[in-house]
Write a protein that binds this ligand. Sequence first.
Ligand SMILES: Cc1cc2nc3c(=O)[nH]c(=O)nc-3n(C[C@H](O)[C@H](O)[C@H](O)COP(=O)(O)OP(=O)(O)OC[C@H]3O[C@@H](n4cnc5c(N)ncnc54)[C@H](O)[C@@H]3O)c2cc1C
Length: 332
Amino acid sequence: MTSSQNPASSPTKAAADPALFDLLVLGSGIAGLAAARLAEDDGKRVLLIDKGRRLGGRVSTRRQDGFAFNHGAQFVTAKGTEFASLLAKAKAAGNIKDWQISDDKIVQIGTPSMRDLPQFMATGLMIRQQTEITQIAHHGGHIGFFDKDGLVATGRQAIITAPAAQTAKLLADIYPELAATAGLARYDPCWTIMLGLEGDHGLGTLPLRDEAAGIALGVPEFTRSNQQSSLDAPALTIQATGAWSQQHLQDDPQMVIKSLCQIWQNLSGKPLGKIITSAAHRWLYAKVTTAAPSAAPRLSHDGKLAIAGDWLGGPRVEQAFDSGRQAYHHLR
Ligand SMILES: Cc1cc2nc3c(=O)[nH]c(=O)nc-3n(C[C@H](O)[C@H](O)[C@H](O)COP(=O)(O)OP(=O)(O)OC[C@H]3O[C@@H](n4cnc5c(N)ncnc54)[C@H](O)[C@@H]3O)c2cc1C
């Protein structure tokens, strides 16, 4: 019934016993992990629940036919001290490193893959993946999370970190004031294509971007690594801009692959060569364009449930991290 790729967690116990937790967290993306980490450090008994196969949410890495693609967030940057401190710890543990993204800019990335950042954050947390919560309701004076088969777990308190539209739907009946906050956020979509190539000639040594042409970032994955790893296989991840993605939202994935390959080749002036494997992923809620205003409610009227997610702050991983921590502070 459950699974988690976090070896330090005990999903089986949580699965067999839908017991009462101090805190239930919906979502094992950066916001959920940040909130859960803080609560655990505070001595709380916490369970994270996520519908995805793997933790990390939009900070994700996909492997296909021997190629590895970072098809969600491409890199992280820290403006505040809390996130900078997390990155420093992850760096010391070998899970974060510098990456030259352009001639004059160095950013930070998970290593060996982007997912290694959320994986680092998840150490020791109890996480249950592949469980889609379909209803949140009061249950015995607490907050109950339900899936299609019934009650999954109960919590004295809960934090919801699903993207805004999904949060609005889940909370419409139980906490309409928070559903209303979620209704105020907006995102751009992002078509992302992943290409496993026969050769790496012509890919260049830096990511490519050209907003006017529709490419937000095209990343030869081997530019992330100077060691021999699956990321060294000639894999190319191309992310379209929000405007291009919106314009092609309903296109067939094969058409999207063809179009973005053509744009890449026009910009680089070189053919991609033989494509061994390809895939397209349409992120409907990719980057926040309008965050919910800070004056809108983030804590339920009874103090039992708080909302978090990048859509309460802005379009970057750091803002998801900050929102998760703030949600926990609201509950205290
Ligand atoms: C293509 C793309 C490129 C990006 N590039 C960058 C970048 O380079 N730098 C940067 O800083 N940011 C980037 N971002 C943004 C960044 O990835 C996000 O801001 C951040 O990861 C959001 O984290 P979160 O925890 O708020 O949400 P999410 O990561 O979306 O986590 C929410 C989680 O909730 C789960 N969930 C939802 N509904 C349910 C349910 N009903 N039941 C159970 N689980 C549920 C989901 O499975 C998901 O894991 C990018 C995003 C995308 C998509």
